[in-house]
Design a protein around this ligand. Structure first.
Ligand code: NAD
Ligand code: UDP
Length: 344
């Protein structure tokens, strides 16, 4: 029988790619999203690409009645939980909004799962839980030290999920904590991709909007970091590789005996860091478009460097990131070029 997976935040950037990958892998998909940072058109395109339908509910994960109906109406086997707010700067201005949406939203989801006796969960965590790490690359045993409200919501949720899986807790939850490094890229069709509202916070959407002429120049935040060229270094990972990691984690949970408590964190990154200027130059070379930039002061709260030791995911999930930087940057540009105004 085909297993049904609930995808929260399914219309979002990573969630829409996950819905497509699940459909292509033969799962049935139910998606819930309140569309606060996304567009239902993303899921129309997912249906088109997959040549299969999925069930979409426009709703909020904090709405217990909506979740109750959803679990009553569908035989959900596991949940991929992407729904959440993710802008670090906004989380510093409006911490309560983040604790409400991310932490209370997750509690509401877990309560609905408990009522429906669904115990398998894959959670979107983030490398931001490591704070300012002492050593590179970062492995999963590095201390958790998130330093902004967004990161702290992820850390709190991780801790809560860990508590659900303690041997003393009787419920037998099975949880994968996936700590993403920097997701970029888009499906190779150029039909689904990242569509941030307003001024992009993240590097890649900013770069593609400058390349498309929507913005004049890229602000490069600081060139005096202790890195090879002075600009910040990150571990960029193709969204399709990231989503493949979710399928591998799901398969891992599916092998566990029901009722056996399990909670494990895995880094999802390539293990390779690139600086902001390397990203700009490679983007220009691969896509043949100019990306004017200006060096600006450092952005508050940025670490100099951050890249993953992803060997645990390789050993335990049989997962490695396969797509190189050129592919990530070509796919990001194809999406932006084909959809200058995103889904609008
Ligand atoms: P996104 O904003 O594109 O997707 C999140 C989706 O959740 C959106 O469609 C939004 O409308 C929906 N949503 C938010 N709150 C909701 C609620 N209360 N009820 C229902 N739907 C709700 O972001 P994304 O980049 O796809 O990120 C997905 C997850 O991965 C998030 O939890 C994010 O924190 C995490 N993450 C993202 C990154 C990144 O750089 N993109 C890095 C690390 C972790
Ligand atoms: N960055 C930049 N200009 C921008 C956005 C980001 O120079 O407009 C830099 C940022 O300082 C960091 C890197 O690009 O070194 C990645 O930033 P992003 O916000 O994409 O990810 P995160 O900070 O979460 O790692």
């Amino acid at each position: 029988m085909t297993a049904t997976i609930l995808v929260t935040g399914g219309a979002g950037y990573i969630g829409s790619h996950a819905c497509l990958a699940l459909l292509q892998a033969g799962y049935a998909v139910v998606a819930i999203d309140n569309l606060c940072n996304s567009h239902a058109r993303a899921l129309e395109r997912v249906r088109q690409l997959a040549g299969r339908d999925l069930h979409f509910v426009q709703g909020d994960i904090r709405d217990a009645a909506a979740l109750g109906r959803l679990f009553a109406d569908h035989p959900i086997a596991a949940v991929m939980h992407f729904a959440g707010l993710k802008a670090v700067g906004e989380s510093c201005k409006k911490p309560l909004l983040y604790y409400d949406n991310n932490v209370l939203g997750t509690i509401s989801l877990l309560q609905a799962m408990e009522r429906a006796a669904v115990k398998r969960l894959i959670f979107s965590s983030s490398a931001t839980v490591y704070g300012f790490p002492e050593r590179m690359p970062i492995d999963e045993e590095a201390p958790l030290a998130a330093y902004n409200p967004y990161g702290r919501t992820k850390q709190m949720i991780e801790q809560m999920l860990g508590d659900l899986c303690l041997p003393t807790a009787q419920d037998g939850w099975q949880v994968a904590l996936l700590r993403y490094f920097n997701p970029v890229g888009a499906h190779e069709s150029g039909m689904i991709g990242e569509d941030p509202g307003g001024i992009p916070n993240n590097l890649l959407p900013y770069v593609t909007q400058v390349a498309a002429g929507r913005r004049e120049w890229l602000p490069v935040f600081g060139n005096d970091y202790p890195t090879a060229d002075g600009t910040g270094v990150r571990d960029y990972i193709h969204v399709l590789d990231l989503v493949d990691g979710h399928l591998k984690a799901l398969q891992k949970l599916e092998t566990l005996p029901e009722g056996e408590g399990f909670c494990r964190a895995w880094n999802l990154g390539t293990g390779q860091g690139y600086s902001v200027l390397e990203m700009v130059r490679t983007f220009e070379q691969v896509n043949g478009v100019a990306v004017p930039y200006r060096i600006m002061p450092r952005r508050d709260g940025d670490v100099a460097s951050c890249w993953a030791d992803a060997s645990r995911a390789k050993t335990e999930l049989g997962w490695v990131a396969k797509r190189d930087l050129a592919t990530m940057l070509a796919d990001s540009w194809r999406w932006q070029h084909n959809n200058p105004d995103g889904y609008r």
